[in-house]
Design a protein around this ligand. Structure first.
Ligand SMILES: [Zn+2]
Length: 202
C-alpha cells in the first residue's frame, strides 16, 4: 500500500522518457481543481505606497500585496508528505516560515508557479462554481522536476497555510461576478477587482 505522494516520488526518481505524458496522467488521476492566485507585479493597487513599496495589509482588493492578482482554475495534486523534506532547499527556510505539515502541491509546468502566489483550495457546487474557500496556501518554496532532456515537467510547491487570509479570500471568491466564473471554467484568467479596468485583462 502506498500513498499518492510515494507513488509520485517513485515516478520522478525513476524519470521516464516521456515524463510530461506521465505527469498529465497523474494529474488527471489524482488532481483536484484549485484556484491559482498569481501576484501580478505589473499593475499596482490603489493602496500601493511608493515610499515603502508595499500595499496596505488590510486592503480588501490586493490582500496587502500592493498589486492586482490574476485568478485561474488549474488542476493540482495535493500531498501532505514532502518527498523533498531532506533537501537543502527546505533547510534554507527561515524558522517559523512554514507550518508543521509542509503541504506540497504538484503543478504542471505550463502554469509556472512562483513563490508568494496562492493556491485556494475551494469547494465546488454541481454547476462547477466555486463555493467556499477551504484553505489559503501561500507558495513558499518551489522545485522543478526535469525529464531526461532537462526540460521542466512539473513543479513541487511547498505551501504555508495562511488561515489569516481565509476570510479575505472567501469574500473575494464569493464576490466574483458570473463573467469571471465563466472565464475560469473555460481555463482562462481573471484579474480582480472586477470594477477596475486594466489593460492586461485579456
Ligand atoms: Zn491594495
Amino acid at each position: 500500500m502506498y500513498t499518492f505522494s510515494t507513488k509520485i516520488n517513485q515516478e520522478f526518481r525513476n524519470v521516464d522518457i516521456n515524463l510530461r505524458h506521465e505527469t498529465q496522467i497523474l494529474t488527471e488521476e489524482f488532481g483536484i481543481n484549485v484556484l491559482y492566485v498569481r501576484n501580478n507585479k505589473f499593475v499596482k493597487c490603489k493602496c500601493f505606497d511608493d515610499l515603502n513599496k508595499t500595499g496596505d495589509s488590510k486592503c480588501p482588493y490586493c490582500h496587502g500585496s500592493g498589486y492586482f492578482n490574476s485568478i485561474q482554475m488549474i488542476p493540482a495534486i495535493e500531498s501532505s508528505n514532502s518527498p523533498y523534506s531532506s533537501t537543502n532547499s527546505i533547510q534554507k527556510l527561515k524558522i517559523g516560515v512554514t507550518d508543521q505539515k509542509n503541504e506540497v502541491y504538484y503543478i504542471q509546468q505550463q502554469y509556472n508557479p512562483k513563490e508568494r502566489d496562492f493556491i485556494l483550495k475551494v469547494t465546488w457546487d454541481k454547476d462547477k462554481n466555486p463555493v467556499d474557500v477551504v484553505k489559503v496556501l501561500e507558495l513558499i518554496n518551489i522545485w522543478d522536476t526535469r525529464g531526461d532532456n532537462g526540460r521542466t515537467e512539473l513543479f513541487a510547491c511547498l505551501t504555508n497555510n495562511r488561515t489569516d487570509l481565509m476570510n479575505s479570500f472567501n469574500n473575494t471568491v464569493k464576490s466574483l461576478p458570473k463573467i469571471a466564473i465563466n472565464e475560469l471554467l473555460k481555463g482562462g484568467k481573471y484579474i480582480w477587482p472586477a470594477n477596475i479596468q486594466t489593460d492586461s485583462h485579456k
